[in-house]
Write a protein that binds this ligand. Structure first.
Ligand code: AMP
Ligand code: ZN
Length: 491
């Protein structure tokens, strides 16, 4: 089956086909590593993973590159403000390089927990300064740049179709009113390719004797000591690893107007050909109606959810319940709903048997078609999940729990990666004849309390055992006791 995807460039759904050969090349703008990723950022990377898995599921070969922004991402998209990583370093009393490395590793850890397969290449901006300088030099030799006191800028008036992705109206463009505009910029849309550490592009500024004001991340260049503008890294690294043009470029919707618009401008001006064919953008995650943002100070990280007893894959499921082009409003209540919905599927999968059942074959083949159709239509995961739930209801009625069922669910889990065959409960041992089962993402002390509770009950000390049970309930756990088992999980 072919995948149709919404291309922001054409504002329509288009069938994905390789430009040449048989591989889909895909580039995703990665995280700026000055803090932990929040669950808004992570929605975007689960989407990238879903897209890559879907392409593979439909038989395409895929090469996926995602960058790590570890330099030069300023607090505004308008090339003003402080470098976020340098700022983070000062705040934490560490070097900018240490900060970037620490948060990069934390990010990779998040990706693994969310079942996001590692990209084929994960290049960092600081490892590609040479390539970025080469790109700027090329733009300089083609007459697209000019110099101001604080850096080298791209002259957007030199490019006829500047702003085609965002469909910007060049005549009436207004930059954010809050940000002071560099008065030397020729056009409001012009953007920095190289920022100087010191004004005028000198290699040293006698006036900067206060060491704390000096940048930690800076490099020599033909234009003076400094660092690359944020957009340059993506142009330089995508082309290095994927060539130009490549097929798919992804990002959050916030990247359309500035970051991706400027990536396109740089790369297409430098090479005289298109950068990427399909521009795919995923929507934001909101909390109380507002976009979750690191700069806000308040945001939710994966570890915050784990501390509350959620499995990271519950979050993955939560994302997939909405279409990637719809906003999602996050709440713990809806995450709980996702957890129990996912457990229903897992329970069903764990109940499957290996023998073949008559009539099953055709039933699951039809369901597979419905599932594939949902995914092929611009990754319609809410519809795909609906197919799964109706499949479970109908299969339970018909007692279709055999080998074909297993194949069906294994196949869909290749693409959704929801750990459908992993028991969310872990056995922590027996108390008498009863097995104590605890949901795998639990707080450490819960295991101790549970064991103690079961032991006291076995010894006939019901008062103590009831007290321990009440303690678990107070901590937000459900204690379910049957003949053979005690199951403990977060509500
Ligand atoms: P940044 O580290 O700021 O470059 O952001 C990394 C990625 O997360 C980008 O692709 C953004 O579009 C995306 N992003 C940022 N905030 C949100 C949000 N609240 N919901 C979804 N994606 C987001
Ligand atoms: Zn980018």
């Amino acid at each position: 089956m072919k995948l149709k995807i919404y291309n922001t460039l054409s504002r329509s759904k288009q069938e994905v086909t390789p430009i040449s050969g048989d591989t889909i090349r895909m580039y995703s703008c990665g995280l700026t590593v000055y803090d932990f990723a929040h669950i808004g950022n992570l929605r975007k990377y689960v989407f990238d993973d879903l897209l890559r898995r879907t392409l593979k599921y439909f038989g395409y070969k895929v090469k996926w590159v995602m960058n790590i922004t570890d330099v030069g991402h300023l607090t505004s998209d308008q090339d003003e403000g402080e470098d976020k990583i340098e700022k983070g370093a000062r705040k934490e009393g560490k070097s900018a390089f240490e900060i970037a490395e620490f948060y990069k590793q934390a990010f990779i850890d998040n990706l693994k927990k969310l079942n996001i397969d590692m990209p084929d290449v994960l290049p960092s901006a600081t490892g590609h300064i040479k390539e970025q300088i080469e790109l700027i030099s090329k733009l300089e030799s083609r007459g697209f740049v000019y110099k101001t006191d604080d850096g080298i800028y791209f002259d957007t008036s030199k490019l006829d179709d500047y702003g085609k992705l965002a469909r910007l109206d060049k005549e009436n463009l207004q930059e954010g009113a809050r940000i002071e505009i560099n008065p030397q910029k020729k056009n409001p849309t012009d953007f920095a390719l190289w920022k100087f550490s010191y004004p005028q592009g000198r290699d040293f500024d006698q006036n900067v004797d206060d060491q704390s004001k000096r940048r930690q991340m800076e490099w020599p260049s033909p234009w003076g000591l400094g660092f690359p503008g944020w957009h340059v890294e993506c142009s330089a690294m995508s082309t290095k690893y994927l060539g130009q043009p490549f097929e798919i470029h992804t990002g959050g919707v916030d990247h359309i107007n500035i970051h991706h618009t400027n990536e396109i401008a740089q790369s297409e001006a430098a090479e005289g050909k298109e950068l990427a064919r399909y521009w795919v953008h995923s929507e934001h995650l909101l909390e109380n109606g507002k976009k979750m943002a690191k700069s806000d100070g308040h945001f939710i990280r994966l570890m915050d959810l784990e501390e509350r007893g959620f499995d990271p894959v519950d979050l993955r499921f939560f994302y997939l319940r909405s279409h990637y082009r719809s906003k999602i409003d996050f709440s713990y209540q809806s995450l709980e709903g996702s957890r129990s919905a996912r457990r229903k599927i897992v329970d069903f999968c764990l109940s499957l048997e290996s023998g073949e059942i008559e009539g099953e074959d055709l039933f699951y083949r039809e369901k597979m078609n419905e599932f594939d159709e949902a995914l092929s239509d611009d990754l319609n995961t809410p519809r795909a999940l609906e197919v799964i739930f109706t499949t479970i209801t109908e299969a339970a009625n018909k007692s279709f729990r055999g080998a074909f069922a297993k194949k069906f669910f294994e196949k869909i889990d290749e693409v959704l990666a929801l750990d459908l065959f992993k028991n969310p409960f872990e056995s922590i041992g027996f108390s008498g004849s009863k097995e104590i089962l605890i949901a795998s993402s639990f707080e450490q002390e819960v295991a101790e309390i549970s064991k103690e509770m079961a032991l006291r009950k076995e010894q006939g000390d019901f008062f103590a055992s009831d007290e321990l049970r009440a303690k678990l309930v107070n901590m937000g756990y459900v204690v379910e006791e049957s003949q053979k088992q005690i199951k403990i999980y977060k509500k």
